[in-house]
Design a protein around this ligand. Structure first.
Ligand SMILES: [Zn+2]
Length: 517
């Protein structure tokens, strides 16, 4: 068995002269192995010692005790005639000890890793537990000093903004989309700042950016030959918003259509009948309130005479209490009473219902009956109050765009009424769906016909926006690059920023976000 020697515990290149304990601390006096030094001015070797001095260095802890190396360092005289330096201090392998450093390189590396992973305060807490002799400020200083390694020159970048402070101050983040990492943080989102950075990276061939014009402009100026890609996520989002706007524009017609719908209570399921009765009650209320208002009664007066709350009266008068209820013709119509009875008796299996119903002369398919069962189940769960208010534009937009299978019976009724009554909205929906499908399926050939088709529609202004940014939108459809990844990096960045509390200075943030990879 070999004996453990002090020499194996300290960084290579040094010789232990003496070791002692001073309180909790282990102190090891060391000197350099070599007898000469290299002049940093001229590279000449010199063994002529001018003087000695002590360097006190923190090193990795040993068996739970902090370690201090007491290094007796030397100054040499430079013997070269041509050299301007007369005296120089001895240098060490930078992998062991940097000039002027107060920590060994191996300790510094641990400290750096810790600071990058956790940030100042949490890293300091962990460092204390690990007996590493560094405080919060030292940790941050190490991160700052080490900075971040220069990135591999990128060819495909994503650029986006991110919030330093929500709605107050924004910065710019740039990601290498091929290597999937953040490569730069800029202190603001000014076009000039982005322009300057992009100009220094002439090799960039593709820039993915959102549809805000300023990055597009900066990229066009800095890298006129680069392909710009509109962000797919934003395109999808903008398309959905365009449809929502179309719904808002059509809301008057929608209200008209929904208000005109009628219901035959005999065709309703039991649950629907309850809802329908509620609907009739509310309708009655509305009529009474509106009638009084027409006669010139003030809100106070209406409240007194009808006994309804002030809030409700206000709502009705504002037209926010309008109701909707309608069912469509159904192929199951004549069988509904029978089905309803079976359902109430507890038979709720669609296939079984269909088999029995066929014996009653039903010629329809299995699907019709299972669909009825599904809707019946939903109707049972349906919240009666859901029928009590006019759906908002947002809700209507959602109902019109999700598949029929996802709708409850009352929602299906609403959707059908709007589809029948407001055809331009149906067209707008189809146009938006076509756009989103085009992006998903990467079918660039459809773009031109799509633009022609949408020209006179409710979403014409969205189409005009697409035309304005045509090349970038086309690139978004045909190229694999997208800014979605950059958004992911922004999320990561926010996490790091939150850990840093108020100390989120950009160089520190940059060091932690970029140095961490
Ligand atoms: Zn020299």
């Amino acid at each position: 068995m070999r004996q453990l020697r002090y020499g194996t515990l300290i960084p290579p290149g040094f010789i232990v002269e003496q070791a002692s304990r001073e309180g909790a601390e282990v102190r090891i006096a060391v000197r350099h192995q070599t007898r000469w030094g290299l002049c940093p001015g001229c590279g000449t070797q010199s063994g002529r010692v001018h003087s000695r001095y002590r360097r006190c260095l923190a090193d990795l802890p040993m068996a739970g005790r902090p370690v201090r190396l007491l290094l007796l360092a030397r100054r040499f005289r430079c013997g070269s005639v041509c050299c301007g330096r007369r005296i120089f201090t001895e240098r060490f392998d930078p992998d062991v000890l940097a000039p002027w450093a107060r920590r060994t390189t191996r300790l510094e590396a641990v400290v750096h890793t810790l600071a990058i992973a956790l940030g100042g305060r949490p890293a300091a807490r962990l460092a204390r537990r690990l007996v590493l002799p560094v405080g919060k400020d030292t940790l941050l200083r190490v991160v700052r000093r080490r900075g971040s390694p220069p990135p591999v020159p990128p060819t495909v970048v994503g650029i986006d903004d991110w919030a330093w402070r929500r709605n107050r101050r924004y910065g710019t983040i740039i990601c290498d989309l091929e290597r999937r990492r953040t490569i730069a943080l800029l202190p603001d989102r000014e076009p000039a700042t982005a322009l300057e950075w992009l100009s220094s990276q002439r090799q960039i061939a593709v820039v993915a950016r959102d549809r805000g014009g300023s990055y597009a402009l900066a990229a066009a100026k800095a890298l006129p030959h680069a392909t710009q890609v509109a962000d797919r996520w934003h395109l999808m989002e903008n398309a959905s918003r365009a449809f929502l706007d179309a719904v808002r524009t059509s809301i008057r017609q929608i209200r008209g259509v929904l208000g005109a719908t009628t219901v035959d209570p005999l065709l309703l399921t039991a649950a629907e009948r309850i809802q329908h009765e509620g609907y009739l009650r509310r309708e009655e209320t509305n009529l009474a309130i509106l009638g009084l208002a027409k006669e010139g009664a003030a809100i106070k007066e209406i409240v007194r005479r009808t006994g309804h709350s002030r809030g409700l009266v206000r709502k009705v008068l504002r037209g926010q209490h309008a109701d909707v209820f309608r069912v469509r013709e159904h192929s199951l119509e004549v069988h509904l009473p029978w089905l309803e009875a079976q359902w109430t008796a507890g038979l709720r299996n669609g296939a079984e219902l269909w088999r029995r119903l066929r014996q009653h002369g039903f010629r329809g398919s299995l699907r019709v009956v299972t669909e009825w069962a599904t809707r019946r189940r939903k109707a049972e769960k349906a919240d009666c109050s859901a029928l009590g208010r006019t759906p908002s534009a947002r809700t209507i937009a959602r109902l019109l765009t999700i598949g029929r299978d996802g709708l409850s019976k009352s929602e299906t009724i609403t959707v059908a009424a709007i589809e029948d009554g407001v055809p331009p909205l149906v067209e707008a929906r189809d146009i938006i769906a076509a756009f989103q499908g085009m992006i998903r399926k990467r079918s660039l050939a459809d773009l031109k016909p799509w633009l022609a088709r949408s020209q006179a529609s409710l979403v014409a202004s969205f189409a005009a926006g697409v035309t304005k940014d045509l090349a970038a939108v086309a690139a978004a459809i045909s190229l694999p690059w997208s800014n979605g990844q950059t958004e992911g990096q922004v999320t990561k960045l926010k996490l790091v920023k939150r850990q840093m509390y108020g100390r989120g200075k950009i160089d520190l943030l940059q060091a932690r976000v970029i140095g961490a990879a």
